[in-house]
Write a protein that binds this ligand. Structure first.
Ligand SMILES: C[S@@+](CC[C@H](N)C(=O)[O-])C[C@H]1O[C@@H](n2cnc3c(N)ncnc32)[C@H](O)[C@@H]1O
Length: 217
C-alpha cells in the first residue's frame, strides 16, 4: 500500500516547477517505496524546472543522492545538497562514464529526457547493466513510441516499445531452446511491468531455473 506521498507532494508543490502525469505517482510508489530512508542513489534524465529532483530528495530522505542529467545548461541552477546535475546529452557515453566514476552504485534510473526513440534505447543500453543488482529502471512518457514526431509509430521497428517487446522474449530466453541467446539481461532481470506510458524494469540475479516436484508425505 503506497503512502500517497508523491501525489500529495505534487498537489501541494511549494518548491520548483514539476511536470508529471497524475497516474505516474502510484506506479512510482509501487516500485520505489522500498528505497525510502535507505539512502538510495537515483539518476533522473530530464531536469526541466528541477521540481522532480527535489521531490525525489524529499521522498527518499536526507541521506539519498539524486543526480540529474539535462542538455540545458540552465538546469545547473537546481543543484543543492544531495542533488547534483550533469549537463550533456543522455546518449553521451563519456557523460555516463563520468557519472558512474563518481557514483558507481546507482540504484534507480528514471528516463524523462527527450523521449526520442534513439535516446531511450541508447540510454537503456548505456545504463541498465551498470545499475545495482536489485535496481529499478523506469522509462516514462512511452506514449511517444506511437508519435511520429518522436520517431514513433504503431508496430514500427526501432521504437522503444518494440525494444521492450523484444526484452520480454529475452527474459524467457532460457526456454527458447537456443532460438535466442541467454544474455546478461536474462540473467539479471526479475520482471518488466508495462503501464500506460510507463515501463518499469526491476533487476534481480536469476539463479538456475528449476521446476522440481514435491509430494505430500
Ligand atoms: C519532460 S522534461 C523533464 C521534466 C522533469 N523530469 C519533471 O518531472 O519535471 C524533459 C527534459 O529533458 C531535457 N532533454 C531533452 N533532450 C535531452 C537529451 N538529449 N539529454 C538530456 N536531456 C534532454 C530537456 O531539456 C527537458 O528539460
Amino acid at each position: 500500500m503506497s503512502s500517497g506521498f508523491l501525489h500529495k507532494y505534487f498537489l501541494n508543490n511549494s518548491k520548483k516547477r514539476l511536470h508529471k502525469w497524475m497516474h505516474y505517482f502510484d506506479i512510482y510508489e509501487r516500485h520505489l517505496e522500498r528505497y525510502r530512508d535507505k539512502a538510495p542513489i537515483m539518476l533522473e534524465i530530464g531536469v526541466f524546472g528541477g521540481g522532480s529532483l527535489h521531490m525525489w530528495k524529499d521522498y527518499f530522505g536526507i541521506d539519498s543522492q539524486i543526480i540529474g542529467i539535462d542538455i540545458d545548461p540552465e538546469c545547473k541552477q537546481h543543484e543543492t545538497d544531495g542533488i547534483e546535475i550533469f549537463i550533456g546529452s543522455q546518449d553521451d557515453p563519456n557523460l555516463i562514464e563520468n557519472i558512474f566514476r563518481k557514483y558507481p552504485d546507482i540504484d534507480i534510473v528514471l528516463d524523462d529526457g527527450s523521449h526520442m526513440m534513439h535516446h531511450m534505447i541508447k540510454s537503456f543500453d548505456l545504463l541498465y547493466h551498470r545499475i545495482s543488482n536489485n535496481g529499478v529502471y523506469i522509462v516514462e512518457d512511452t506514449h511517444t513510441c506511437y508519435w511520429k514526431n518522436y520517431g514513433g509509430g504503431l508496430g514500427k521497428i526501432g521504437t522503444f516499445i518494440e525494444f521492450v517487446k523484444h526484452k520480454l522474449d529475452e527474459i524467457n530466453a532460457v526456454h527458447t531452446k537456443g532460438q535466442m541467446p541467454v544474455t546478461n539481461f536474462t540473467r539479471t532481470t526479475d520482471y518488466i511491468a508495462c503501464y500506460d506510458s510507463v515501463v518499469v524494469f526491476e533487476k534481480r540475479e536469476q539463479g538456475k531455473r528449476q521446476a522440481p516436484i514435491t509430494e505430500p508425505l
